[in-house]
Design a protein around this ligand. Structure first.
Ligand code: FAD
Length: 274
């Protein structure tokens, strides 16, 4: 069975939350396995992430809060884990996180995601299903692809159950990553994270920051469309649908959409797949 999940980020205003709850309801009709909600490293969105997680859980769908370790103390993490347990949460997306200033790593009690996985296992045993991040095109701060793969394997050895990838637009990077880590003994599901294409300039900015490559032929075509959003969206839908087809045919166990709190673009791709 192909799994489906969606990512949201916590809203800042009541109006934003109302809109997001509508999006949640539209997407819920497609029976996703879970909705995940991002977390601002250092706890900057702690209350807002919690509020959205609660609103999802109340709709009767599993919510999976993201939790990152840089800039949060073990006490902060422990109390948040307990709050999530009390809310009935049983899945966490377990991350290192990025502090905006880049500071905080040296002074953090937990410095890398594998340490957070270990900490959650020590504190809560097998209560939570733990998702970790995977980078088919290499994490931007990694010193080499080999080391990055080893660091990924460490997260799995620490007790991760499943992984969600950074987004990419080249299916071969996913297949290569999966083959490499399978050779290193990893057998957990690795779900491709999919970013629908709706806006070129935002996508280009995001991709530069997180190390996701937009292939030249896609970039050039999107640039050529200029302000023609309809063409961008149509082309984006075709390109992303085609890649998802390849991923699923090649054995990817599901799709995790980076929704950016919108339903339409993800659903257009998903409907083409099922
Ligand atoms: P790690 O797995 O710890 O890796 C981080 C870097 O350190 C890598 O380069 C790795 O090779 C290296 N490394 C790992 N272990 C060691 C070690 N022992 N010694 C030296 N180097 C090491 N960010 C947020 O702030 N909030 C979110 O909600 C969020 N959600 C995300 C969801 C997904 C699915 C993905 C893919 C990313 C998300 N991010 C989020 C971004 C993520 O926090 C950043 O990419 C961050 O820089 C790395 O997090 P990680 O968990 O992959 O870290």
């Amino acid at each position: 069975m192909t799994t489906l999940s969606f990512e949201f980020f916590p809203t800042k205003t009541e109006e934003g939350t109302e809109k997001l709850l509508k999006v949640r309801d539209e997407l819920a009709a497609f029976n996703p396995e879970f909705f995940s909600v991002t977390y601002g490293a250092g706890g900057s969105t702690r209350d807002r992430t919690y509020a959205i997680v609660k609103a999802i859980q109340e709709r009767g769908i599993a919510a999976a809060p993201h939790l990152s370790c840089v800039g949060d103390s073990k006490d902060d993490l422990r109390s948040l884990l307990n709050e999530y347990k009390d809310l009935g949460i049983d899945r966490i997306v377990t991350l290192r996180g990025d502090l905006p200033s880049g500071a905080g790593l040296a002074s953090s009690e937990l410095r890398y995601a594998n340490e957070l996985v270990e900490f959650i296992r020590e504190e809560t045993g097998d209560h939570f299903t733990l998702e970790v991040a995977a980078y088919p095109e290499m994490h931007p701060q990694a010193t080499s692809f080999e080391q990055d793969l080893e660091h990924f394997v460490n997260k799995v050895k620490a007790g991760a159950d499943s992984a969600i990838t950074q987004y990419f637009f080249n299916a071969d990077s996913y297949f290569n990553f999966v083959d490499r880590v399978r050779d290193m003994g990893v057998d957990i599901p690795i779900i491709p994270g999919i970013m629908p294409i709706t806006n070129y300039s935002k996508l280009a900015r995001f991709s530069d920051a997180c190390g996701a490559e937009i292939p030249r032929w896609i970039r050039k075509q999107l640039e050529a469309y200029g302000d023609n959003n309809e063409s961008i969206q149509q082309f984006g839908e075709e390109v992303v649908t085609e890649m998802c087809h390849r991923l699923l045919e090649g054995g990817a166990p599901g799709i995790h959409f980076y929704t950016l709190n919108q339903s339409e673009a993800s659903l257009r791709v998903w409907r083409n797949l099922v």
